[in-house]
Design a binder for this molecule. Structure first.
Ligand SMILES: [Zn+2]
Length: 375
């Protein structure tokens, strides 16, 4: 295991009016710098077949500040970070893993920009009620949990709901995080009816409250679409939609974190299906799209949490059809492809199966054989 891991922790902050203004000034300047250098880089290429990299842009920025002195009001590190991001999006474009970088328009909804921690510019006050942010000063923070590592950078965020957050990238010593587990071995089948089922029949209920809030969200969005853009009712409704959206997002995240931590604490071995997320993303049904997003997020959480509790996560390839194979005799029953079939009887050994529990048991059996030290 590597010596350090990098995690992002998000906290609610409560900037005062002056600090809010300063944050939006920096965000505006970041957008300006992004658009300006996107344009410059495109021009340099189109007219002179010359590429303009990060260093060239950062160097040029000094002169741009003479032309537009108001750029000096912004956090200069945030402007540099913006140029780095632009560089990254160009690199993605050139390696065919992303589209051509886009111009950004002013959004009244939300803002966000990133700044670096240089010489302790980002630090907590002694009483831990405030955090110092470059060019902003001491901002009140709700320290919902401790900061267990070195702060590398901070992203300042204003959500469309009007709430403010700071998201810190932390460099954490892995050793300080490593804990033991309870030594259990499980197979886990992700599903639509319930979020997951374990091989011993344990069922994690689906995020039902999420769907309920989602229903509200859809109705609120529909109402919004019928309103006159820019009217005061429209603005009010837009806030309402944003708040509901945030609620869904938080609740989902919270649930996934709780479940993944619980499993990581419990298991020394956890076998799951290696889902082909790419193949599933093109599904427009609401329930499916939420599950798909949750599944990939959940898998990512397990990937970093399992090693922290010294457990192993095994991803069983998709072509191993866990839901169609009898875990007792290994007979494959293609009829069970139909998702509606909840229970089935193996035609060879006669065992009666619960579809999900059998799948989880198959995953556990298959996963055990995939461990490095398995014969
Ligand atoms: Zn069988």
């Amino acid at each position: 295991m590597e010596q350090f891991i990098y995690l992002r922790y998000q906290y609610r902050i409560y900037p005062n009016i002056t600090q809010r203004k300063q944050m939006s000034v920096t965000a505006d300047c970041c957008r300006f710098v992004h658009n300006y250098y996107l344009n410059m880089r495109s021009l340099a290429w189109r007219t002179q077949h010359r590429s303009m990299n990060y260093n060239a842009c950062a160097n040029d920025l000094k002169y741009l500040k003479l032309v537009y002195p108001w750029l000096k009001e912004a956090d200069s590190m945030a402007l540099q970070e913006e140029l780095k991001d632009l560089q990254l999006s160009f690199e993605k474009f050139f390696s065919h893993s992303g589209g051509y970088p886009k111009f950004r328009s002013k959004k009244e909804s939300g803002i966000s920009y990133r700044t670096r921690n240089q010489n302790g510019g980002i630090r907590l006050s002694l009483d831990k009620h405030f955090i110092n942010i470059p060019k902003i000063g001491m901002v009140r923070i709700k320290l919902s949990r401790d900061i267990p590592g070195e702060i590398l950078n901070a992203t300042l965020i204003r959500k469309p709901s009007g709430k403010y957050f700071v998201s810190l990238t932390l460099k954490i010593e892995s050793a300080s995080l490593i804990k033991g587990n309870h030594g259990m071995e499980h197979g886990l089948d992700l599903g639509l009816r319930s979020f997951y089922v374990l091989d011993d029949g344990t069922v994690a209920p689906n995020m039902k409250y999420l769907y309920e809030t989602n229903g509200k969200l859809i109705r609120a969005q529909r109402r919004l679409s019928r309103m006159k853009k820019g009217s005061s009712n429209y603005i009010k409704q837009k806030r309402k939609v944003a708040r509901l959206h945030e609620k869904v997002c938080f609740a989902r995240h919270d649930y996934l974190h709780k479940e993944s931590t619980r499993l990581a604490k419990m298991c020394s071995l956890l076998c799951i299906e290696d889902l082909n997320i790419k193949g599933m993303i093109r599904n427009h049904k609401l329930a499916r799209s939420i599950s798909d997003a949750s599944w990939s997020e959940f898998t990512k959480m397990l990937e970093y949490k399992m090693p922290l509790y010294q457990g192993a996560l095994v991803k069983v390839p998709r072509f191993y059809a866990s839901s169609q194979t009898c875990h007792i005799c290994g007979h494959r029953n293609p009829k069970t492809k139909d998702l509606a079939i909840r229970r089935w009887t193996c035609t060879v050994c006669g065992t009666e199966h619960d579809r999900d529990v059998n799948a989880a048991r198959c995953l556990l059996q298959k996963g055990r054989t995939m461990l490095p030290d398995a014969a």
